[in-house]
Write a protein that binds this ligand. Structure first.
Ligand SMILES: [Zn+2]
Ligand SMILES: [Zn+2]
Length: 456
C-alpha cells in the first residue's frame, strides 16, 4: 500500500494580483467623444439608480464626505453644506467650469475609477469659457428624444448639450426644449434628491412624449439654433481628442485677427456687425475681457467660421464676401433663452430666500438683464429688493452695536490705565481703520466718556 502513495506538487499559496476595486459600480458614461455626450449630473443620477438608491442618498453618504476628504480646504466644512452646494438651485454649476464641477468630478472618479468623466463637464475649457451665460440654472429636455429612447429600449440620460443656456432646441427633432414639467408645471433642477433622467424630480412622472404642442419656430430662430447646436456639439465631440487645450492668449489673437481682417481693425464697424457695444469689442481687442459663449457664437456665425476653429486654430483667412447678417430680431430672441414662465418661477424662488439676495445678484444668477427683469416682473423684483434692503439695514445696525460695545470696553480699559479715552486713543487701541469717521460712533464714545466721569 505504501508504494501507492503519490507526492503532489506543492500548492502555490501566494495570493494572485487583484486589481483595485472601485467603491461604486464603474458605470460607463454615454456618448463620450460625440455631440450627445452625457452630463455629469445625469451620470450621478444614473449611478445612484444603478445602486438602487436615490441621488440624495448617494450624494450625502458617499460623494459629499469624499469631497470633504479630497479637498483639504473643504475639510472643515460640514458634509451637509457640501451636499447643499451640489443639489437643487446650485446644481447648474455641476456640469460647468468651476470648483463645484471639479469637486464633484474628483469624487465620482475616485468612486468609479472611470477616467473619462471629465468630458461630461466643461472643465477642459475652464479658464477659457466664461461661466456667465454658459449653463442653464434649471433642467431642459427634449420630450421626443426621451420617448424615442424609451421606445427603442435605450438608456435614458441627459446630454450635456441640453445644459447650455444658448441651446433652446433639440437638433434631432427641431422642437424647443421643455423646461417645465407638463404634469406638475414645476421647473426641475439638474440634480436633486430624487433626480432620475426622464422623470420629473418633483412629481416623479415621465417627461417624454411624441405629441408636443408648441409654437412654431421662425426660420431665423431655426437657422440660428441649428448653427449653435452644430458648433457647440462639435466642440463637445472633439474635446476628448484634443492634444492640448489652447491658451487664452492665442484665442485673443484670433479675435484680434477677426476684427482686423473683417473691418480693418475698425471696432465700431465690427460692433455693428455682430450687434455688440463698441466698448465690448475694444476690450476684446485689447485683451481686457473675454467674450461669453453667445458673443463667440455671434462672431462665428457672422464670419462663417466654426467655434471649434476659433478656439483651437489660428485664423488667418476670412472670406469677407461671405459675411452673414445677424438681424436684430434674431439677436433679441437669442438673449431671451429662458421662457417667461421659467424666469418668473426662478424669481419667485428668490422672494423667500434667506438671507435675502440683492436684485443685482439675482439678475446675475438668473442670467438676465436687471432692467428687463424690472420691466417684466416689477412686483416680484420690488419685493426681492425691499427684503434685501431691510436685511442690509439689519446687518448694519448689528454691526454698529458690536462697534459700540468694542468702543465702550476700550474706553473703560484705557480709563483704568489712567489714559484719557480720546477718539484717537480708542481707535489705536482697537486697531481700527475707518470706524471713527462714523459720527454715530464718535457721539456714542463721547457719551461713554461722560458716563466714566470725563468731559463733564
Ligand atoms: Zn429630441
Ligand atoms: Zn412634475
Amino acid at each position: 500500500m505504501e508504494n501507492d502513495l503519490l507526492i503532489y506538487d506543492k500548492w502555490d499559496l501566494t495570493p494572485p494580483d487583484i486589481l483595485p476595486r472601485s467603491t461604486l459600480h464603474s458605470l460607463a458614461p454615454i456618448g463620450v467623444g460625440s455631440s450627445d455626450v452625457e452630463s455629469l449630473t445625469s451620470y450621478v443620477a444614473r449611478l445612484a439608480d444603478s445602486h438602487q438608491v436615490t441621488t440624495g442618498i448617494l450624494l450625502i453618504y458617499q460623494i459629499a464626505p469624499l469631497i470633504s476628504l479630497l479637498l483639504p480646504h473643504q475639510s472643515n466644512i460640514d458634509t451637509k453644506i457640501i451636499f447643499s452646494k451640489l443639489i437643487d438651485r446650485n446644481s447648474g454649476a455641476a456640469n460647468g467650469v468651476g470648483l463645484i464641477a471639479s469637486s464633484l468630478l474628483l469624487a465620482i472618479e475616485q468612486l468609479t475609477f472611470r477616467p473619462e468623466l471629465k468630458f461630461l463637464t466643461l472643465l477642459s475649457w475652464s479658464g477659457i469659457l466664461h461661466d456667465r451665460g454658459l449653463l442653464r440654472p434649471h433642467s431642459a429636455w427634449c420630450p421626443m428624444c426621451y420617448e424615442e429612447w424609451k421606445e427603442k429600449n435605450l438608456t435614458i440620460y441627459e446630454p450635456l448639450i441640453w445644459k447650455f443656456k444658448i441651446i433652446t432646441t433639440c437638433s434631432h427633432h427641431q422642437v424647443f426644449l421643455s423646461s417645465k414639467c407638463p404634469h406638475c408645471q414645476q421647473i426641475i433642477s439638474h440634480l436633486s434628491s430624487r433626480s432620475k433622467p426622464g422623470y420629473c424630480s418633483k412629481c416623479h412622472q415621465w417627461l417624454g412624449t411624441l405629441h408636443l404642442s408648441q409654437e412654431n419656430m421662425t426660420p431665423d430662430e431655426l437657422t440660428w439654433q441649428v448653427f449653435v447646436t452644430n458648433n457647440v456639439g462639435s466642440v463637445l465631440a472633439s474635446t476628448p481628442y484634443l492634444l492640448k487645450i489652447p491658451y487664452k492668449q492665442d484665442i485673443f489673437q484670433n479675435l484680434k485677427r477677426c476684427i482686423d481682417l473683417t473691418t480693418s481693425g475698425n471696432k465700431q464697424a465690427f460692433a455693428k456687425l455682430i450687434n455688440s457695444a463698441k466698448q465690448t469689442i475694444f476690450n476684446w481687442y485689447e485683451g481686457n475681457s473675454f467674450p461669453q459663449i453667445l458673443a463667440l457664437l455671434k462672431i462665428c456665425y457672422c464670419l462663417n467660421i466654426s467655434l471649434f476653429n476659433l478656439l483651437t486654430s489660428n485664423i488667418y483667412d476670412i472670406d469677407i464676401h461671405n459675411i452673414n447678417d445677424l438681424n436684430p430680431t434674431q439677436c433679441s430672441k437669442m438673449n431671451h433663452y429662458l421662457p417667461f414662465d421659467e424666469i418668473k418661477a426662478l424669481l419667485l424662488d428668490y422672494v423667500d430666500k434667506s438671507p435675502p439676495i440683492p436684485m443685482e445678484k439675482v439678475a446675475q444668477e438668473v442670467g438676465q438683464n436687471i432692467r428687463d427683469l424690472y420691466r417684466f416682473f416689477p412686483e416680484i423684483c420690488r419685493s426681492i429688493a425691499i427684503k434685501s434692503k431691510k436685511y442690509r439695514h439689519y446687518l448694519s445696525e448689528k454691526k454698529i452695536e458690536t462697534l459700540y460695545e468694542q468702543a465702550k470696553s476700550a474706553a473703560i480699559e484705557l480709563a483704568n490705565l489712567g489714559i484719557y479715552p480720546s477718539d484717537s486713543k480708542v481707535q489705536n487701541h482697537l486697531n481700527w481703520k475707518g470706524h471713527m469717521k462714523n459720527k454715530k460712533i464718535r457721539d456714542y464714545l463721547a457719551q461713554v466718556r461722560r458716563e466714566l466721569g470725563f468731559d463733564k
